[in-house]
Design a protein around this ligand. Structure first.
Ligand SMILES: Cc1cc2nc3c(=O)[nH]c(=O)nc-3n(C[C@H](O)[C@H](O)[C@H](O)COP(=O)(O)OP(=O)(O)OC[C@H]3O[C@@H](n4cnc5c(N)ncnc54)[C@H](O)[C@@H]3O)c2cc1C
Length: 382
């Protein structure tokens, strides 16, 4: 039987996260954005509430949450601030390749670090010369006896400054493209590894984004996560699992836009009536609500399919592409509803509009999602 109802446990989970967001995230979100700082104390609290990488199985000290639980958490956190949510959710992005391909010792050590105490981890594939074209990375992996030596640079890496360990994708030979790509787990304190510049961003400014530098970084064989020919697939399988989280973040951001806009439409008067009485404003609000609801359905379907064991479904890309594009539209509309006030930092919606943009870019741009979708649609003829 088809049901859209949450279980009692899920309702309690959502209420708990919503309380944390209202009491702890919303009060510091604007200041964290303005000062471009991440509230580490909140990460600690999020950890204590079980919100950091909540899908890590119980056998590694985690909560073993379903994907549906994961997207419910992501939506609530994003309602408060997608910058803070991105940095909390980054632990899931880094843990996922380990969950998919790690051996027991790797999982016990590195997932165990994430569940033992508040710890950051990062996922690094992007390079200055290769973002959308991930098979074009040039960070080099050279075998040295049983070990591997990494040389290169990664850019735009979330939580780069603070991670205790990193999933690093590198290639044995750039001319092999996807066939040469490996994945490694790199400890932060490995000699030759350093964190480069911290980026100054348009939005999601609470979230840390940095360059990583690898100079003769020696990685033991035990930290090889995927051999050549398997690293690229692992990077893509990871995104199949994490893209619904971006859709969920879009939902949280859109719901916040809608709540702020409805409240303002009831309070702000023009021509002697609240602006919510004007049909053209009503239409904007109605379209915002439709986009939120439609995205949420896609996100929940994508999450449900993952929980059912189908983690290569196109619905994950639908939820990411439609969610990100909708969030950008809805946030722009929220600024419109606020008029001039919407353009001012004093009001919350200008931040929502700046924050929305990155949803269309990271973990595969909106164009790349459409490429993924079209390639599958046309598989029979290409
Ligand atoms: C705030 C932030 C956080 C990030 N966090 C991480 C992280 O934690 N880890 C990580 O590895 N990366 C991270 N990234 C990197 C992000 O995933 C890449 O920026 C993204 O994949 C796009 O790559 P690019 O910037 O090189 O753009 P490009 O690949 O140069 O793309 C430029 C434009 O061309 C379009 N384009 C490219 N190829 C095609 C094509 N074939 N068809 C149609 N259009 C195309 C793109 O859609 C885009 O509009 C982050 C980025 C940002 C900004």
């Amino acid at each position: 039987m088809l049901s859209f109802a949450l279980t009692d446990e899920q309702k309690q989970l959502v209420e708990m996260v919503a309380r944390f967001v209202k009491d702890r995230i919303i009060p510091v979100a604007a200041e964290s954005d303005e000062e471009e700082t991440f509230p580490h104390d909140l990460y600690k609290e999020a950890f204590e509430l079980g919100l950091v990488a909540p899908m890590i199985p119980g056998s590694y000290g985690g909560m073993g949450c379903s994907e549906i639980d994961q997207v419910l958490i992501a939506e609530e956190l994003a309602y408060g601030c997608t910058g803070i949510q991105t940095s909390i959710n980054c632990a899931t992005l880094a843990a996922m390749p380990l969950m998919l391909a790690g051996d027991d010792a790797q999982k016990a050590k590195y997932l165990g670090m994430l569940t033992a105490e508040p710890t950051y981890a990062a996922y690094a594939i992007t390079e200055p010369g290769a973002g959308s074209d991930a098979a074009g990375i040039v960070t080099r992996a050279t075998q040295d006896g049983d070990d591997w030596v990494l040389n290169g640079q990664k850019c735009y890496i979330t939580n780069g400054s603070w991670a205790a360990w990193y999933i690093i994708f590198a290639t044995t030979d750039p001319t092999l493209r996807h066939k040469g790509i490996m994945a490694f787990i790199v400890d932060r304190d490995t000699p030759g590894f350093s964190v480069g510049k911290k980026e100054k961003k348009l939005g999601q400014r609470a979230s840390d984004t940095t360059t990583l530098i690898l100079e003769d970084v020696k990685v033991p064989k035990a930290n090889v996560l995927a051999p050549a020919g398997h690293g690229f697939k692992l990077a893509m399988r990871t995104f199949d699992r994490t893209r619904p989280d971006i859709g969920a973040a879009a939902c949280g951001l859109m719901r916040r836009c809608l709540d702020e806009s409805v409240a303002y439409a009831c309070e702000r008067e023009t021509f002697g009536v609240p602006i919510g009485k004007h049909q053209m404003v009503q239409r904007i609000l109605a379209d915002m609500a439709i986009r939120y609801e439609a995205t949420r359905l896609l996100v929940h379907k994508a999450a449900w399919m993952i929980d059912e064991g189908d983690s290569s479904s196109l619905v994950a890309s639908f939820s990411k592409a439609f969610g990100a594009d909708s969030a950008m539209q809805v946030a722009t509309d929220a600024v419109q509803v606020f008029g001039g006030a919407g353009y001012m930092r004093e009001y919350p919606v200008e931040k929502l509009m700046r924050d929305a943009k990155i949803l269309q870019i990271y973990e595969g741009t909106s164009q790349i999602q459409r490429m993924v979708i079209a390639r599958r649609l046309l598989a029979a003829v290409t």
